[in-house]
Design a protein around this ligand. Structure first.
Ligand code: ARG
Length: 435
């Protein structure tokens, strides 16, 4: 029997029921739904809207339902319309007419808007904890290879020498800002929609502040239509997830390159790589590739929900039931990625000899060579040109700036002397930039 059966003379068509139902997605919110109902019932009793006895029997019934779901004694009915309907129906089955009073002054519209917020308030800190663990793993790697020098790139062309620690440090900065984005979103979301009713509030003397406080919110959403009909908090969190995934994906892309024979800057631990079914020599960075791939999936969750929301008239529309698939999938995916990635990074072995060798090629110290002439009083543009000529000469002679005799330097600019070799040493280049 449906909650709304009074107006209807027929049971819903089976396929329509399946299509309409959100139970597969929203049953994970059973704890939050029960928490919300406990706060609501307690407030109804405090306001004299239901009796203390009814309230007690509701609270006991809800707590038993929670325990039975957790123990597995009560299975969530896969044919129920949603978790709200299921729990209310089960409560009434167990305690009779008191159960029917629970929904006084409430709609599933404010109920679901509340449950999602409560769920996210608990789930997002798990994501931020995992981000913090990744930051720790990256910091650990930076310390482990404190002395390693590698080429810094622009356009994937060797640009200037940098330390490995500086390279990794760029990612920890990105991740720190990701943490800030999640915290901001949680902060803005921290207002209770309960009491908004279907859209226009209710005719009962509800104490919205009381339920808001009982559930750990800063306060309640002022406009009741807004309270039930916006999902900006899901969009904001999905956008934070998407930006985080961009960062993880870029990191993974680099790990994939570093593990290639062309780079060989890094080697993944056997426990975090996979082989090929046909090529015996292969060791593939599957985890890193999957994280890179899953970024697309999280962007899909964000753009999907943006598209769902963009044309909806106020207030609640059933389209919005799609919100949970998007936000749950986004957060689940991010958590899975972080869980797989952190130990892969923590066990990754860098190969500093190869990193240094790469940094020694490609005239990566040419800027420092030009800076040397600037220190001798030459304007930078002239120093740049003279160094460019030196690089061309080295390419022609198949040699490097380090090996080119000082006489050749002097032929191009007489300001050069033996001091240039110290100036273009990789260690000097890195140290002078304050790394
Ligand atoms: N399952 C619904 C959802 O997730 C709950 C709200 C239903 N409200 C309604 N008026 N049909 O959005």
């Amino acid at each position: 029997m449906k909650l709304w059966a009074g107006r209807f003379s027929k049971e819903a068509d089976k396929k329509t029921n399946d299509f309409n139902s959100s139970i597969k997605t929203d049953s994970r919110m059973f704890n939050e739904d029960i928490d919300g109902s406990i706060a609501h019932a307690s407030m109804l009793a405090a306001q004299g809207i239901i009796t203390k006895e009814d309230c007690e029997s509701i609270l006991k019934g809800l707590s038993d339902i929670r325990n039975d779901i957790i123990s597995g004694d009560l299975l969530i009915d896969p044919d129920a319309e949603d978790i709200h309907t299921f729990i209310e129906g089960e409560l009434t089955k167990r305690i009779g007419s008191a159960g029917k009073r629970l929904h006084t002054g409430r709609s599933r519209n404010d109920q679901v808007a509340l449950d999602i917020r409560l769920y996210l308030k608990r789930d997002v800190p798990q994501v931020t904890k995992l981000v913090e663990e990744l930051i720790e793993a990256l910091d650990g790697k930076a310390k482990e290879y404190e002395k390693a020098i590698m080429p810094g790139y622009t356009h994937l062309q060797r640009a200037q020498p940098i330390t490995f620690a500086a390279h990794v440090g760029a990612y920890t900065q990105m991740l720190q800002r990701d943490l800030g984005r999640f915290e901001d979103a949680l902060d803005r979301m921290n207002f209770s929609p309960l009491g908004s009713g279907a859209l226009a509030g209710t005719t009962y003397p509800l104490d919205r502040q009381m339920t808001a406080e009982a559930l750990g919110f800063y306060g309640y959403t002022e406009n009741t239509l807004d309270g039930v009909s916006d999902r900006d908090f899901c969009l904001e969190l999905l956008s934070a997830c998407s930006i985080l995934m961009v960062h993880l994906s870029r990191l993974c892309e680099e790990v994939i390159m570093w593990c290639s024979w062309e780079f060989k800057f890094a080697e993944l631990d056997d426990a975090f790589s996979t082989g090929s079914s046909i090529m015996p020599q292969k060791k593939n960075p599957d985890i890193a590739e999957l994280v890179r791939g899953k970024a697309g999936r999280v962007f899909g969750d964000l753009t999907g929900l943006l598209a769902v929301m963009k044309g909806l008239p106020l207030a609640y529309n059933k389209d919005m039931q799609e919100d949970k698939d998007a936000i749950f999938d986004g957060l689940d995916t991010v958590k899975m990625c972080l869980t797989a990635l952190t130990p892969m990074i923590a066990t990754m072995r860098m190969i500093p000899e190869n990193m240094r060798k790469a940094a020694a090629g490609g005239f990566i110290n040419a800027t420092d060579c030009a800076d040397y002439l600037v220190s001798k009083g030459l304007p930078f543009r002239d120093a740049y040109k003279a160094t460019g000529e030196l690089v061309a000469l080295c390419i022609d002679k198949k040699t490097t700036l380090e090996e080119l005799p000082v006489e050749e330097y002097k032929k191009i600019c007489e300001l050069f002397d033996e001091g240039v070799y110290e100036a273009i040493r990789l260690e000097t280049c890195v140290a002078r930039r304050g790394f």
